[in-house]
Write a protein that binds this ligand. Structure first.
Ligand SMILES: Nc1ncnc2c1ncn2[C@@H]1O[C@H](COP(=O)(O)OP(=O)(O)O)[C@@H](O)[C@H]1O
Ligand SMILES: O=P(O)(O)O[C@H]1O[C@H](CO)[C@@H](O[C@H]2O[C@H](CO)[C@@H](O)[C@H](O)[C@H]2O)[C@H](O)[C@H]1O
Length: 440
């Protein structure tokens, strides 16, 4: 979304509201977890589109640096102190002078009206609200903001549905709508199916939010793994079932979307090397390990190409899987948020997902002192065994591939932690050291 043309408000609302909003948003945006540009000041905000969603609620797409963000802003004379967390500030100048501006997603009345909007398919200016007509959406469900460390913002309605509002918007269909929709069409029960969604048609087509059933009694894999570690419990049964669930999702993806040829070793190795070099430019701690890590990528050229490329999850880790009863569900098919959407929607080796989950067992084991490498090793074994049971091929027999993909994932994690959670940097750095120096 690089088109910065000002969209005339449809339906007409206020003129040039950015005069009122820019200063407030420049302060507020860098404090939001989902805002990617924290490392530089927000100098200029470009308005891409503005729509009055309902009275007192503006929908905005704004450009900050190279990124486009979706904002739902409440604008009222006053905000109850009970909802102080939603407050962005009081506009001093421009057409909204004197009004209180707040994050509408964190204010219950606005969140309720947003669900009402999803219940009635139709348009509002460039926005389109759509729903699966076979799923009844009750009115009056009480909203609450999900208190999770998230890349987006999610609202839970009456513990029945969860609405994910994408914050960083890229043109095109978001895989987190596309993939669960296609998998539901294949009857894959491992992924909650979208029941309603909204998108924009301006300045370019883009998915803005998806509503899906809320798995009420579910716990995510990360929480369960840490709980097992703290109690000294074995986690191999769960890991094995998770391996099976991953393979089932991969099989469903392979029939729902076109598959590709085997990823070509030379091309994959050079893409991974490029990512490594870019990461080492940003994170100096990586530099001493670059030659050793390159060896892992270089080995791809000679090793068995592995399974054919296909659509995958793209950012699989323990936080992306939910266990309800004895079943694992997979969520969040957006892929790695920093990659371009076209790349996230293309085919890749399924080994990429497997490597993501294997790295996650290592992350979990490193949350305890002393570090529990045996716990991680057993989970990794069990996960691969479960995967092999369903997929018909065993990831453990693809050592060279697995090492390269794990290395690539650890490099991504180093960059991610450096940007978002510098205190966590030692976790992927320990893996980098292991992969570069000891080779696996
Ligand atoms: N269908 C669901 N049922 C229950 N909880 C969910 C569901 N979808 C997401 N969640 C919860 O919301 C959290 C964030 O969802 P996710 O899609 O990973 O968002 P993000 O991409 O912003 O990180 C998950 O970790 C999980 O706890
Ligand atoms: O926000 P997303 O879930 O899309 O994923 C991003 O954030 C994750 C952290 O919240 C990050 O995952 C890394 O930390 C996890 C523990 O918090 C660990 O289980 C993962 O293995 C590790 O990669 C993920 O990389 C990032 O894309």
């Amino acid at each position: 979304m690089t088109n910065t043309a000002f969209v005339r408000p449809r339906p007409a609302v206020v003129t040039d509201p950015m005069v009122s909003l820019s200063g407030l948003l420049r302060e507020w945006l860098p404090r939001q977890r989902w805002f990617a540009g924290k490392d530089r000041p927000v100098n200029e905000l470009g308005l891409l589109s503005l729509t009055e969603l309902f009275p007192g609620c503006l929908h905005l797409l704004v450009r900050a640096g190279d990124d486009c963000y979706q904002l739902l802003l409440g604008v009222r004379p006053h905000l109850s102190p009970r909802h102080g967390r939603a407050l962005i500030g009081r506009a001093e100048t421009g057409p909204l002078a004197g009004m209180t501006v707040f994050d509408a997603l964190q204010e219950p009345r606005s969140a309720q009206l947003l669900l009402e909007r999803l219940r009635r398919p139709g348009g509002a200016g460039p926005l389109r609200f759509e729903a699966d007509p076979s799923v009844p959406l009750p009115s009056g469900l009480v909203p609450r903001v999900l208190e999770a460390e998230q890349s987006n913002s999610s609202l839970v309605y009456g513990d029945e549905f969860i609405l994910k509002v994408f914050r960083r918007v890229q043109p095109g269909v978001n895989p987190d709508l596309e993939v669960p929709g296609a998998l539901a069409g294949q009857g894959c029960a491992r992924v909650p199916a979208p029941v309603a969604w909204f998108r924009t048609t301006y300045p370019q087509e883009a998915t803005l939010g998806v509503l899906q059933p809320f798995l009420r009694d579910a716990s995510d894999g990360w929480t369960l793994a840490l709980r097992a570690l703290a109690a000294g419990d074995d986690f191999t049964l769960q890991a094995r079932e998770l391996g099976r669930a991953t393979a089932e999702v991969h099989l469903a993806l392979a029939v729902s979307f076109p598959t590709g040829a085997h990823e070509e070793g030379v091309r994959t190795a050079s893409a991974m090397t490029e990512r490594l070099d870019a990461a080492a430019d940003t994170v100096p701690a990586l530099r001493p390990y670059v030659p050793g890590l390159r060896t892992a990528f270089g080995a791809l050229v000679a090793c068995d190409p592995g399974p054919p490329a296909q659509r995958i999850h793209g950012d699989l880790h323990l936080g992306q899987v939910l266990r309800a009863g004895r079943d694992w569900f997979v969520i969040d098919f957006e892929g790695e948020p920093s990659r371009p959407l076209a790349e996230r929607r293309s085919t890749h080796s399924p080994v990429r997902d497997i490597a993501g989950m294997l790295r996650s067992f290592d992350y979990a084991a490193r949350q305890r002192r002393p570090w529990r490498p045996e716990w991680a090793r057993r989970c990794r074994e069990a996960y691969c065994a479960g995967y092999a049971e369903r997929a018909g091929w065993d990831p453990r027999k693809k050592h060279g591939l697995l090492r390269a993909y794990e290395t690539d994932r650890a490099v991504y994690e180093v960059l991610y932690e450096a940007r978002h959670r510098p205190d966590w940097l030692p976790v992927p750095m320990a893996a980098i050291e292991r992969l570069a120096v000891r080779g696996g």
